[in-house]
Design a protein around this ligand. Structure first.
Ligand code: PHE
Length: 317
């Protein structure tokens, strides 16, 4: 199994555990949807705010030792608030780590390819709703301009979309807005802001029975893991007439990058072909959802479950 290591503050340990479990489940679906020969897992390091560098390093070493106890059944990689530099630190104590810097023998950050995959997904979603995937004239709101979100915003702007950005860290939006001439949406207004595509690229759990009625977009397609409060919110989006790109399909680009380069020995051309495949898979899911009269979330889960069921299993499992 593989899945990133997330560093985050939680109100209580039980919340961190629940997050890790939910994220691990999503990783299993992500691997299946991207046809990667791996299961899903996740690590969550629940921290009391920003750590001083030496504490961060010690925590990562301890985490690396714990990963070793799993004997290679789980490999980790970067995730929210962890970078390739952190993976290099983990790599000092465990070989079971993806996404180290190229200098340390890794394939580097998975964020750029996560953004590329997400862009393919946004285009497939536009094509389904509007009959064309052309970006000029489309308004896309990117919520969260961290490693993935800012790259996505940049690519969208380059292709001619009108890009709006927001982030809880206002320093980030100001810099990016100045660099690329984008519009900034104040934090708290992103759900109500009118746009064609709302692209959540920050924390999960933002789309719920309470927030979905506030949305003024046609499509939700972003890179965040678990943006739905629960799977029933997929049906709520459908009822609201909003096309939802299931997260574990559209954000598979990071997994494709890390596992493609580091386990499967893929070339750049192979990685790019698989990233483009995210768009194809989404189009198939959208069509299946229409044909069956179900939500896109449900259709995507069916695709993932079918691929999981078809997998050869080790004896006794
Ligand atoms: N954390 C990223 C994700 O959820 C990248 C990643 C993929 C890390 C697979 C490890 C393994 O997709």
């Amino acid at each position: 199994a593989a899945g990133g290591t997330r560093m985050k503050e939680y109100a209580a340990p039980a919340e961190a555990l629940a997050d890790a479990t939910r994220l691990a489940r999503a990783m299993t679906y992500k691997m299946a949807a991207a046809a990667l020969p791996m299961g899903g897992g996740k690590s969550v390091l629940a921290v009391p705010g920003d750590l001083p560098d030496d504490h961060r390093e010690q925590l990562l070493w301890r985490h690396g030792h714990n990963i070793n106890l799993l004997g290679g059944n789980y490999r980790t990689g970067p995730d929210m608030n962890t970078s390739s530099a952190d993976m290099d630190v983990l790599g000092q104590v465990t070989p079971f780590v993806f996404g180290r810097t190229p200098a340390e023998g890794g394939s580097g950050s998975s964020a750029p390819d996560t953004a590329v995959g997400c862009l393919h997904g946004i285009k497939a979603s536009l094509a389904h709703v509007f009959g064309t995937d052309s970006l000029p004239g489309r308004r896309v709101l990117v919520q969260g301009v961290g490693e993935v979100g800012r790259r996505l915003a940049e690519m969208l702007a380059k292709e001619g979309a009108t890009v709006l950005i927001s982030d809880v860290d206002e320093g980030r939006t100001t810099t990016l807005a100045e660099e690329l001439g984008l519009d900034v949406v104040p934090v708290g207004d992103e759900l109500e802001t009118e746009c064609d595509v709302f692209a959540p690229c920050a924390a999960g759990g933002i789309l719920t029975a309470a927030t979905i009625p506030r949305l003024r977009c046609r499509i939700v397609a972003g890179a965040a893991n678990n943006p739905l409060g629960d799977p029933a919110d997929g049906a709520r989006l459908q009822q609201a007439g909003i096309l939802y790109a299931p997260d574990f399909v559209i954000n598979g680009g990071g997994a494709i990058h890390l596992i493609g380069y580091e386990t499967l020995g893929w070339s750049r051309a192979q990685v790019e072909a698989h990233l483009a495949g995210i768009g194809t898979t989404l189009s198939e899911i959208y069509q299946a959802a229409v044909n069956k009269g179900i939500s896109t979330e449900e259709a995507a889960e069916q695709v993932a479950e079918a691929r999981l069921a078809a997998r050869p299993r080790p004896a006794g499992v």
